[in-house]
Design a protein. Structure first.
Length: 635
């Protein structure tokens, strides 16, 4: 593919745009937001087009050729009119000669028209082809950028907004090639060459023919500014529509459960009305601008007809010469109407390009440091050294953001298990997110065998850290593919072994298609416990330096959880294991347990020592034991 990443994601254009800075405030990933003004954005799109020099050269050549043959039509028509009038007024010329002269003129007109049509087809095809090529490049670049941006970005930007930018905004950039660049080349050639031909033939009539151009230029500039603002507003409204639809479809079961369909429809209707209002304003602006330009064009045409007609009556010019002027003005009617489309295309491309490039220019907050090397583990000891962390928010700077963790320190070696417990919001899941560098600590450091994880490559680190998260996300594919997601080339024996470890093999065997059974979107066809076991199998199939279970057995009954823990013993013996759980029974076997409260370690020790302390852990264990006893009695 010819397009390079340096041209698609370009951080060099300045100055910054205030609106875009506000839109991306607090996203978490760094960017100077230097997408630039309209001219810089359009030039950046043009640079993408110029990567396909041969195709663009052919398209421009076809556009120029179409303009040349279109400019020939008025002259051929004028000569035909003069020839016909001369033949009619000269009775000495034979009728066959007159007919042949008219036939030759008709053939020239037909040939010029056919060639104009052929080259117009070529320029339209070339423009569309190049547009789809740069759309392909941008689509891959945009998707790749979303894969690389950090969690801090995705925490604050709605999925529906990103989908809108990757589809509607990208479409606005794609269409600029044909409706903007090539149409501009066509208009420049038609108006420039036509002006030279007409002004050199008759200065006064030439000036009258183009008297509408200054007014059109003024109206085009005013309309472009207005349309740009309207396109920006419309794209934002469409992004809001995407957000509403994404949330509704993702939570469709909640909507149905609460009978909230009328509310959701009303919410979508209000957002649609907002978008429709902006669309109406855009259409009115373009229609009014085009009507005004067309009116100015007809005034110019009327002046040419009036002044030219008087000159024909005075014998100062021939009917054929006047026909040339009138025909050329008629040819200009379509370009004048296209000026509105050209202005609209420029406004849309600059707006959509700004929104698209604003994402492409972002740099991940979490990235490999220069000279980072692959993680090499020996003893496999994972250590937190006085780690503090605060989630960044648009309303807080780094210094004032409320901390989630305060000077947390612990160490877990290969073959050992660390249990983490605490009330909601105490920072347990944050520890799981810091270990694979989804975020970086605000203070302190995390090491593996004494090496700061910020000094190793992210890819090697995340291959070593296997996280089974609270939200057991499954893809819309077969159970086999979901289990083998971390290693798509794994054989059937490895997949089935992992499923057996996660105690889901019996359930899978009972399915009609076994491991080939298709899982619905987000795993909706499975129960919560089944989804969690598939997620455990996905992690168990891979070797790891550290294995983290982030409340990943909450939907699994205690007996199944015990069997999973037994099956995982061989696996956990080869890695450091961290178990985060609200269910203290899952932590009794841990070599060390830490109790978090408000981001601080308030108790630590093994199960027995914590019970003896009689602190928070002991109180929570007693409460859960009493609840379990009550449930057993009720059954």
């Amino acid at each position: 593919m010819a397009t390079g990443k340096a041209d698609i994601a370009d951080n060099s254009a300045k100055p910054a745009i205030t609106l875009r800075q506000q839109a991306y405030r607090g996203m978490g990933d760094q960017s100077d937001h230097s997408v630039g003004g309209d001219a810089a954005i359009l030039w950046r799109i043009t640079r993408l087009v110029l990567k396909y020099r041969l195709r663009m050269s052919l398209a421009v050549g076809a556009t120029i050729a179409a303009a040349v043959f279109q400019l020939m039509i008025p002259r051929f028509l004028g000569d035909a009119v003069d020839s016909a009038l001369g033949l009619l007024n000269n009775s000495a010329i034979a009728e066959e000669v007159a007919r042949q002269a008219l036939f030759d003129a008709a053939m020239l007109l037909l040939a010029a028209s056919v060639l104009r049509g052929v080259f117009t087809l070529a320029h339209n095809y070339g423009g569309e082809a190049i547009g789809h090529l740069i759309a392909f490049d941008l689509r891959l670049a945009f998707y790749g950028k979303l894969q690389s941006l950090s969690f801090s970005f995705h925490d604050k930007v709605h999925t529906g907004e990103l989908i809108t930018r990757g589809m509607l905004d990208l479409e606005g950039v794609r269409m600029f090639v044909n409706t903007g660049l090539l149409r501009l080349v066509l208009l420049i050639n038609l108006i420039g060459a036509g002006a030279y031909l007409l002004l050199s033939s008759d200065l006064l009539l030439g000036v009258l023919s183009f008297s509408f151009v200054p007014f059109v230029a003024w109206r085009s500039s005013a309309a472009r500014l207005r349309l740009r603002a309207l396109w920006l507003a419309l794209q934002e409204r469409m992004g809001r529509l995407g957000q509403i639809m994404d949330e509704n479809l993702t939570g469709i079961r909640v909507v149905r459960a609460f009978g909230a369909e009328p509310f959701e429809i009303g919410k979508y209707d209000v957002a649609s009305d907002d978008a429709m209002a902006i669309a109406d304003q855009r259409i009115k602006t373009r229609a009014i601008s085009t009507s005004q330009m067309t009116f100015a064009y007809f005034i110019s045409m009327g002046l040419v007809l009036w002044v030219g007609g008087l000159r024909v009556l005075d014998g100062a010019m021939t009917v054929g010469d006047l026909t040339v002027f009138l025909t050329f003005i008629t040819i200009l009617q379509q370009p004048v109407r296209q000026l509105g489309l050209l202005v609209n295309s420029i406004a849309r491309a600059s707006t959509c390009g700004a929104r698209l490039f604003a994402v492409l220019d972002l740099e991940p907050a979490i990235a490999d440091q220069p000279g980072a090397s692959a993680l090499q583990t020996t003893d496999g000891v994972v250590t937190f050294e006085d780690v503090s962390f605060a989630y960044q928010d648009a309303d807080f700077d780094e210094a004032s953001a409320p901390p989630v963790l305060h000077n947390v320190s612990f160490s877990v070696a290969r073959g050992k298990t660390l249990g983490i417990v605490g009330p909601p919001g105490s920072g347990k899941s944050t520890i799981a997110n810091l270990l694979p560098r989804y975020y970086d600590p605000s203070g302190g450091r995390i090491t593996v065998d004494g090496v700061d994880i910020r000094q190793v490559t992210i890819t090697s680190l995340r291959q070593a850290m296997r996280i089974v998260q609270q939200d057991s996300f499954l893809f819309t594919t077969s159970l086999e593919n979901n289990i083998a997601y971390g290693d798509p080339w794994a054989d059937d024996e490895m997949v089935q072994g992992a499923a057996s470890t996660a105690q889901i093999d019996g359930f899978v065997a009972a399915l009609p298609d076994g491991y080939g059974t298709l899982v619905g979107e987000r795993g909706v066809s499975l129960s919560g416990g089944q989804k969690q076991r598939v997620a455990i199998a996905r992690a168990a199939m891979l070797e790891a330096t550290a294995l983290v279970f982030d409340d990943s057995t909450a939907a699994i009954d205690a007996e199944t959880e015990r069997r999973i823990r037994t099956s995982l013993q061989a696996h956990t013996a080869r890695c450091a294991t961290i178990i985060i759980s609200h269910r203290l029974g899952a932590l009794r076997h841990a070599h060390e347990i830490i109790f978090l409260e408000a981001g601080r370690i308030v108790e630590r020790g093994d199960h027995d020592s914590l019970i003896k302390q009689g602190g928070r852990y002991a109180a929570l264990f007693e409460l859960q034991s009493r609840d379990d006893a009550n449930q057993d009695a009720a059954q």
